[in-house]
Design a protein around this ligand. Structure first.
Ligand SMILES: NC(=O)c1ccc[n+]([C@@H]2O[C@H](COP(=O)([O-])OP(=O)(O)OC[C@H]3O[C@@H](n4cnc5c(N)ncnc54)[C@H](OP(=O)(O)O)[C@@H]3O)[C@@H](O)[C@H]2O)c1
Length: 274
């Protein structure tokens, strides 16, 4: 990876995960600055990760060629307007934004027409380096810049680039929000296992390890469809068959489709809010 000065605006969950991943992958600490309004958070980041920290977004951004926006979508408009006027324009910096629901056009509007923008949709497993990030670049972003943005996100997991910005809403439904679906599914399984007599520890281990193992088996079986993997544990008339049939009778597919569609509808509404 080539090395550029990066300023993170926002050192919360996601900003911290990225910074920590980058340092873990050998990125020089002195090239990373985190700007945040919370000075206690900054002190912890400085002590634990050894990066430069400041409460002054503009001075941090002025020294960097890459700006990673890791603040909540609700604050992005005010933050970007202030930053753009403080800097006298974004100049030739690359903006990488992870703000959910904030479009490239909106960022362009808030930065006086700046158009070198990469939009991200990470997910929380990034906190342990196991994330997956959907990525989209505006047409003015060079191949080098895309590669650089990709290398930053590589520090916290896999990347999937999409060609159309509207696909970022589907990415939100498929990966940004989806850890919560799996948590919910595991929670229900654990709760019912306990109702049926297992201890919480037994239930937690059995369910979470099954989820982990199933995901890993799928990932490590390229070319083998999920249907085939399922068929391998589903003999006709057996126990798994009984469970899968019960899911199908309750129209699980419909529930999943509706949940993802609701996620996308909300993502589209959020695009109008921020
Ligand atoms: N978490 C996820 O699963 C997920 C997934 C995909 C995308 N994202 C996106 O990632 C972004 C960051 O999310 P997060 O969970 O990391 O949020 P977070 O933990 O709240 O971190 C944001 C940080 O930015 C600080 N901040 C707020 N306004 C600021 C300003 N004007 N200048 C500098 N710092 C400011 C906040 O301080 P205060 O705490 O004092 O407000 C906080 O420390 C969001 O845009 C979100 O949409 C998150």
């Amino acid at each position: 990876m080539d090395k550029r000065k990066i300023t993170f605006i926002g050192g919360g969950n996601m900003g911290r995960a990225l910074v920590s991943g980058l340092i873990g992958s050998g990125y020089p600490k002195d090239l990373i600055t985190v700007a945040d309004q919370d000075s206690d958070k900054l002190k912890r980041l400085e002590a634990e990760l050894g990066v430069n920290v400041t409460t002054d977004n503009t001075s941090a951004a002025s020294q960097a060629s890459v700006l990673v926006l890791a603040v909540k979508p609700q604050v992005i408009a005010d933050m970007l307007k202030t930053l753009t006027s403080g800097l006298g324009g974004i100049g030739d910096r690359l903006i990488i934004s992870m703000a959910a629901g904030v479009t490239i056009n909106r960022i362009k509007e808030l930065t006086g027409g700046h158009d070198r923008i990469v939009r991200l949709m990470p997910n929380t497993p990034a906190l342990i380096g196991k994330g997956v990030t959907g990525m989209f670049a505006s047409s003015s972003v060079s191949a080098d810049e895309k590669e650089f943005a990709d290398s930053i996100l590589k520090a916290v997991g896999q990347r999937v680039w999409v060609e159309k910005e509207e696909d970022m809403n589907t990415v939100t439904a498929a990966s940004g929000s989806s850890p919560a679906y799996f948590f919910l599914f595991m929670q229900y399984m654990i709760e019912h296992s306990i109702e049926l007599g297992l201890t919480p520890e037994q239930a937690y281990t059995l369910v979470t390890q099954s989820a982990l193992g199933a995901a890993e088996l799928a990932v490590r079986s390229p070319g083998v469809s999920l249907e085939t993997l399922r068929a391998q544990v589903t003999s006709k008339g057996g126990t798994t068959h009984a469970a899968v049939t019960a899911f199908e009778e309750k129209n699980l597919k419909n529930a999943v489709d509706e949940a993802m569609d609701a996620c996308i509808r909300r993502a589209k509404e959020m695009e109008k809010l921020f």
